[in-house]
Every structure is written in C-alpha cells, then in structure tokens.
Design a protein around this ligand. Structure first.
Ligand SMILES: [Zn+2]
Ligand SMILES: [Zn+2]
Length: 237
C-alpha cells in the first residue's frame, strides 16, 4: 500500500533538481547539472589531495616532498570550477540549506576515510558578524550532517573561534592571504582540556591556497590537537 502511494506521489510530485530547479529523474541533481561537476578522482597526492597525472610510487606530490604540509591529509570532493562555484554559492545564500544532504553525499566517501579513528569534526567558523548576516555557517551545517548521518566523528563546532573579522580572501595573493589570516582564529578556553592529542578533521567549503585551513590548523595545534586533516567541498587545482 505504502509502496503504491510512494510511486503515486513520485508521479504526482516529480523531483526537482536541487541546483537548477528543473525536473530531475531522481532526488539531488538533474543529469545536466551532474555532468557539469568535476569530482576529484585518483590518483591524487596522499598528503594534500592534489590530483596527479600519474600514480607516483610514494603517492606524494612535489610540493609535499619539498615542504610537507602541517595537515596530515587534505581531501576535496570536487575541483573548483564554474559548476562547483554555482553549487557553493547556492549553499551559502538564499535557501541553500536544502543542499546540505546532497553536498554531504558528494563528500561522504572521503569523510568516511578521514574519520576511522573518530576525530573531532570542526567546521571552519565564520566571524559572528558574517554569521548574523547569513544566519548559518555552511561548513558547520555540512559537518553536523556528515557526523549525524554517517554516525562517525564527534561534531565539535565550539573548539575554534573566528576571533577577528578578515577581509574576503578573493583576489589576494598567497602571501596577502596569509597576512590577512594572522590571528584570525583562537581556540575556545576549554579546547586544551578537550583536545589532548585527539585527532581533528576540519571541514570547509573551498580550499584555494590552503591559508585558511593552515591558520586553523596552527591554532588547534597550539591548543594540543593530535593529527589534523581537512575536507572541503571543492579545491582550486
Ligand atoms: Zn539541474
Ligand atoms: Zn601534495
């Protein structure tokens, strides 16, 4: 009976693509929106997640060989291109929260890999002014959904605080981004008691140069975190 009702409602209420709002064959994205996205696929650097043209013996890119990143592991679901940008802009603005389950699904395989030892899952925080304006932090919504839905990791949105409002990073050089983020994060007063060498997975929307994730990592490291990893929806390649 319920199955029949379910089929009937699917006929009467066709699925809508969560991105373009046109008719979709199934929940999530329509075929056209799907094919525009570019997932990051293997082979990629085992440290920083950068896609590689061929599988190297040790699986590490030249840049990680020269200067190993402080984060043990960085992963992204998508390459940052026009389609990824559209999706992330929709998530950040308007009624974007309904995209959270879909985008979490894109990140799920990497999330599961990075949470085998049940780390704290820490969203990169927004400064409170930006939070008030937007009413939600897209990274926090993703982190919370991933922890709840996949029953892994300990959602910990209060360990890291955006101490200083930073200028938008767009259009800044690598050095300027780094300067812009100096002192941007502080750890919560109780973070040191909570962290005590425990691993942490940072969650953010886009990785451009990695300066934001690096600033958050240094802050958590000073507060006593163990291994730190990062997962983003997309990364600039
Ligand atoms: Zn669509
Ligand atoms: Zn690398």
């Amino acid at each position: 009976m319920y199955a029949v009702l379910g089929r009937l409602s699917a006929l009467l209420l066709p699925h809508q693509c969560v991105s373009c709002r046109l008719f979709a064959e199934t929940t999530g994205l329509c075929t056209a929106c799907w094919t525009r996205l570019s997932p990051v696929t293997a082979p990629f650097c085992q440290h920083c997640g950068l896609p590689l043209t061929e599988q190297l013996v040790d699986g590490i890119c030249a840049s990680c060989w020269a200067t190993p990143p402080e984060m043990a592991c960085i992963r992204a679901a998508l390459r940052y291109d026009d389609a990824a940008r559209d999706l992330i802009l929709k998530l950040k603005h308007g009624d974007g929260l309904q995209l959270v389950p879909f985008i979490s699904q894109l990140m799920a395989a990497r999330f599961v890999e990075l949470t085998a030892d049940n780390p704290f899952v820490v969203p990169v925080p927004l400064h409170r002014w930006r939070y008030w304006r937007r009413r939600f932090n897209q990274s926090a919504e993703l982190a919370r959904y991933l922890c709840q839905h996949y029953e892994r990791g300990v959602y910990a949105p209060d360990l890291l605080i955006r101490h200083r409002a930073t200028k938008s990073q767009g259009g800044l050089s690598r050095q300027a981004r780094k300067r812009n983020l100096t002192g941007a994060f502080i750890s919560s007063p109780t973070a040191a008691q909570t962290l005590r060498g425990h691993p942490v997975l940072l969650v953010d929307d886009v990785m451009t140069t990695g300066a934001t994730l690096q600033a958050a990592t240094s802050c958590l490291r000073r507060a006593g975190a163990g291994e730190i990893r990062a997962l983003t929806i997309a990364r600039v390649i």
